[in-house]
Write a protein that binds this ligand. Sequence first.
Ligand code: CTP
Length: 394
Amino acid sequence: MRGKHILLIVGGGIAAYKACELVRLIRKAGGEVTCVLTEGGQQFVTAMTLAALSENKVYTSLFDLKDEVEMGHIQLSRAADLVVVCPATADLMAKMAAGIADDLATTLLLATDKKVLAAPAMNVRMWQHEATKRNVALLRRDSVTVLEPDEGEMACGEYGPGRLPEPEVILEAIKVSLVPTNGRLAWKHVIVTAGPTHEPIDPVRVIANRSSGKQGFAIAEALATLGAKVTLVAGPVSLATPAGADRIDVETAREMEAAVSAALPADAAVLVAAVADWRVDPAPIKLKKGDGPPTLSWGPNPDILAGLAKSASRPRLLIGFAAETENVVETASAKRVRKGCDWIVANDVSGDVMGGDSNTVHLITGEGTESWERAPKEEVARRLAARIADELGG
Ligand code: CTP
């Protein structure tokens, strides 16, 4: 975000207060923000609040610009790297779709030559109305990025889709929108698996593991930031979908294998998931305590990595992960050869790595081993994504 300038148009909806948080997050990430507050927006937040948070002048009407020779509306709409509409109300999107320019915000939206990202927020019935659906489709056809609203309880007491996505999610989408379409991994497809798998033993119980999914999600995000098309096959985790990634949620190893196969072909695959090696045939009804300790009869799960290595549609670059607790590098090196992948990223999980925020990894390739210093999982992800871009010739 450093050095990037966002023109933030704040529409008139109860969710406008969340735009204040978005301004704070953009500033924290190193970006600059200039806010434009619509008349409706002024009913919910004040220009003073946005000015204080953005440390910039806030514009509210076309007349603000008339006296300012150096800052006409054309210039204001083009000085930014990205125009963000948050909250994008049904009314604002309808005007955008129709090309109506009857106030400062809509005039800027019509005059801009920059990408536009809209974060909708409205009542569920308004979101589901045919007119809004038509407008959203039109905007998307015109290359406006319209985020999907969140689902949940609304300020008006109704329930459904229409809530503004969380400011953190909007920030991620902004970061992705700022990636030039000529990013180093543009036009490359990368599959990432992440998280644990759950193997059911009866209708209510599963065999799970401690994988948090954080490292895999961070890798998916870092790859998307470089412009890759990312398919993220995620086991059961409660993490936000990284902006720019197509997420497929799965539960079991077999579902994960099927989702990976369906996503092929790919230029690269990074299999970070902690896949259960074994599964049981789940009991059709709940196991009862009174029946004594259950005897589970185990069968093997497919090895997704080894299978992919042998498949006819093997990605050009196949990367595995190896979470080990002893002889980390030796064990992982042997695993790389045994599974037939190109690289393996090994980490020592005897400490608090599982679920923690940082990681110490060794990148093992056919050429040798690089040991990276302990770093936040996001940093490890960025470094790995950069290496993948080097390898794929981006
Ligand atoms: N993996 C996979 N499918 C499996 C098991 C593992 O795709 N059924 C992948 C993981 O995503 C990871 C790599 O293989 O990229 C290594 O996983 P790991 O659990 O360390 O390998 P195992 O074969 O289970 O080895 P071991 O249990 O002997 O340590």
